[in-house]
Design a protein around this ligand. Structure first.
Ligand code: IVH
Length: 675
């Protein structure tokens, strides 16, 4: 067979590159490596360089490289881009259903789709013979802005449909509508990069999406990690679906990103209403922002019959979730001191209602963040309250300044103990320099008794403050010396309550060492990290003696945590507290899981390489079932290295140290010999 000519080869390459781009960006499941992709891409680039006449508008090489423009040309939409009527609660949702019921024949059976209402920028994409030819913003619904070169740079936008050559044939002409937006993780990355480059961060993903897409220079858009999803066909020529549910599936099959996994189809309106009522919780766990759900009558013809009021089609409804962001005035900046001494600024706000709750205070993160966002006293600020997250100040509305706003500086002294405030090197945080600061102690006790730590009931903030003020408790270990007589004189304390609290404190001695370690309040050490440390090192004492390298070599832990652990246990004050807690009878050693035998009791193993029959997890379980311990790095505590094929540096290290090396058979023999 002869070589294909360049035209044919270029067409093949385009098809393959569209497909692999789709697998990678839309399906998130590539079937070739990045290097293989680059090879195909470079081959196409080379052909196009030699034969520029072969460049097509949908060539994957055309995503980037368009020239900056002097303005964004206007485009008139072929079909008006309508908007949506709103419902804000279940009553309004049911009222909508009744309204359309009255307009349609009484006994008609309706079905509906429910889709996320993405909070981004609405866009309209036109495809001719499968090729992306134009993209525009919604604008005023009649006229939008042509942002075709900018849209081309978004990797999830198909330049050619179907993206998969085995997909359904594309309609001759297709005009679809969707939303350009940021995933939250990408938005955060984007803002981090901006702050590092001394640029003002975007206030929210929605503004960022709009700003990023409406650029005159597409190379700027290309650097922004935008994505999109489409949800409707506005018009087209060819075989088009009759329902919204089929539309979503067709768009998906053609290779568009579609929110199918978050969309549902209902035949029963009550089930739909329940579903919506349950959605609000899901909202805050999504990887992108939505401001509600869109309910659509599934059948296009029925929707057509219902017509439009103003700009809102009657057959669709936006069910809006409560706004999560509001603006209000920043009156004052208050200071909290955390258990590690960290200085935490918070905003005192003119009270504002957000999502049914009156917000008077909000987090301001830290002073670097305040400076980066240029938040000033007296500013009108955007405040966000979302899900269970503590409300926080997003940023100032600088256009509303009148010149009276004042910069915000970190305090020079701790407002609770008047000790100097210091800044740790390489950290954004400021700290109260006094380890005995009473406010730190209050926070340390609150943490110690909290549900995540020792879980001691009956010690709320007010009680804790009294204990510290009355000097009944000078460190966390003093809790265990409290008596009923100490507590009874305190405000709001009767005999019974005092007995309960003393009992709860005493019962906490049964908590496992991982909770004790968590409760100590070592920076960066929460429950999960505490368990990792204890699984690996066996006891709080061993952790206290470990060097940073040993800690850092534990899977899941990094250098910052390692340093924090070492610093904590090097501190004489902390050493005294740990000692006091030990004397009190708190658990300091990890509990051994139940085992089949104890033949490996006291022996520590490290596993490396590929074993012939057991996976590493299975081998670890086998060792633990027989009383042994498995750790991730070779150290002076290692008794055996269990090594399979392709064992690397751990084998070298074990041999250097003269640690016996076993293979899988060796382990089995050890188990047999010993039992
Ligand atoms: S359907 C006739 N579906 O919401 C209107 N809109 O308030 C067709 N939006 O500007 C829109 N997600 O940009 C529809 N799944 C979705 C949507 C959605 C977000 C936006 C759309 C529109 C706004 C209307």
């Amino acid at each position: 067979m002869s070589d294909p000519g360049p035209a044919q080869r270029a067409a093949e390459l385009r098809e393959q590159l569209h497909y692999h781009n789709y697998r990678y960006h839309v399906l998130d499941s590539p079937v070739i490596t990045d290097a293989e992709f680059d090879e195909l891409y470079n081959e196409l680039r080379a052909i196009e360089a030699e034969h520029p006449e072969l460049i097509t508008p949908d060539s994957p090489t055309q995503r980037v490289g368009a020239e900056p423009r002097s303005d964004l040309p206007k485009v008139r939409h072929e079909v008006p881009a309508l908007s949506l009527g709103n419902a804000f609660n279940q009553d309004e949702l049911h009222a909508w259903r009744e309204r359309i019921g009255r307009l349609l024949a009484e006994d008609i059976e309706l079905d509906y789709t429910v889709e996320p209402k993405l909070d981004g920028l609405s866009i309209i994409l036109t495809y001719e013979n499968g090729v992306f030819v134009q993209g525009a913003t919604r604008g005023n619904g009649e006229i939008g802005e042509d942002v075709t070169p900018n849209l081309r740079t978004i990797p999830t936008l198909p330049l050619h449909i179907p993206a998969d050559p085995d997909g359904p044939a594309a309609p001759r002409r297709l005009v679809v509508r969707g939303e350009v937006f940021y995933r939250l993780a990408d938005f955060e990355d984007l803002n981090k990069t901006r702050v590092e480059a001394d640029e003002a961060p975007f206030v929210n993903p929605r503004n960022a999406a709009s700003g990023s897409l409406r650029q005159l220079d597409p190379s700027i858009t290309a650097q922004r990690p935008l994505t999109l999803a489409v949800y409707t066909i506005m018009t087209g020529e060819g075989d088009l679906p009759n329902t919204q549910w089929e539309t979503l599936h067709l768009l998906h099959d053609l290779g568009f990103p579609v929110m199918l996994e978050y969309s549902d189809h209902f035949t029963d309106f009550d089930a739909l209403a329940d579903h919506i009522a349950n959605w609000e919780e899901k909202r805050s766990s999504l990887p992108f922002e939505i401001d509600g759900l869109v309910v659509k009558i599934n059948d296009h013809a029925t929707r057509q019959d219902l017509g439009v009021v103003g700009k809102d089609p009657r057959g669709m409804l936006a069910y809006k979730f409560p706004a999560e962001e509001k603006t209000t005035r920043l009156l004052e900046v208050g200071i909290n001191i955390g258990r590690t001494g960290v200085v935490m600024p918070y905003a005192v706000l003119e009270p504002v209602e957000i999502g049914g709750v009156t917000v008077k205070r909000a987090t301001l993160h830290n002073f670097d963040d305040i400076a980066a966002k240029d938040i000033r006293l007296g500013d009108t600020v955007v405040v966000k309250r979302s899900g269970d997250v503590i409300p926080y100040v997003i940023g100032p509305v600088t256009d509303l300044r009148d010149g009276s706003e004042q910069p915000i500086e970190p305090p020079e002294r701790c407002p609770y103990c008047d000790s100097p405030v210091v800044r740790a090197e390489g950290e954004v945080a400021y700290y109260c320099s006094n380890p005995q600061c009473p406010e730190r102690l209050v926070r340390a006790i609150e943490w110690f008794v909290s549900r995540a730590a020792m879980d001691i009931q009956g010690l709320g903030e007010r009680v804790v403050r009294q204990l510290v003020e009355e000097e009944l408790v000078k460190d966390i270990a003093d809790l265990y010396s409290l008596t009923v007589e100490d507590l009874v004189p305190l405000e709001r304390f009767a005999e019974k309550k005092a007995q309960n609290v003393v009992g709860a404190i005493s019962n906490s001695k049964r908590q496992p060492a991982s909770r004790v370690l968590t409760a100590l309040g070592v920076k960066d050490v929460g429950g999960v990290t505490a368990e990792l440390l204890l699984d690996e090192l066996g006891s709080i004492d061993a952790i206290a003696e470990a060097d940073p390298d040993t800690i850092e070599s534990i899977k899941g832990l990094g250098p910052h945590t390692a340093q924090a652990v070492v610093d904590f246990f090097n501190d004489a004050h902390n050493q005294r507290i740990v000692e006091k807690l030990r004397q009190t009878g708190l658990k300091m050693e990890a509990e051994q899981p139940a085992h089949e035998s104890s033949v490996l009791q006291g022996l520590t193993f490290v596993i490396t390489g590929t074993l012939p029959t057991l996976s590493r997890t299975q081998a670890a379980a086998l060792i633990e079932q027989h009383g042994g311990r498995v750790t991730s790095s070779v150290s002076g505590n290692t008794d055996y290295l269990l090594a399979g094929e392709k064992a690397g540096s751990k084998l070298d290290k074990a041999q250097e140290r003269g640690i016996p090396v076993l293979d899988e058979d060796g382990l089995q023999r050890l188990l047999e010999d010993k039992s």
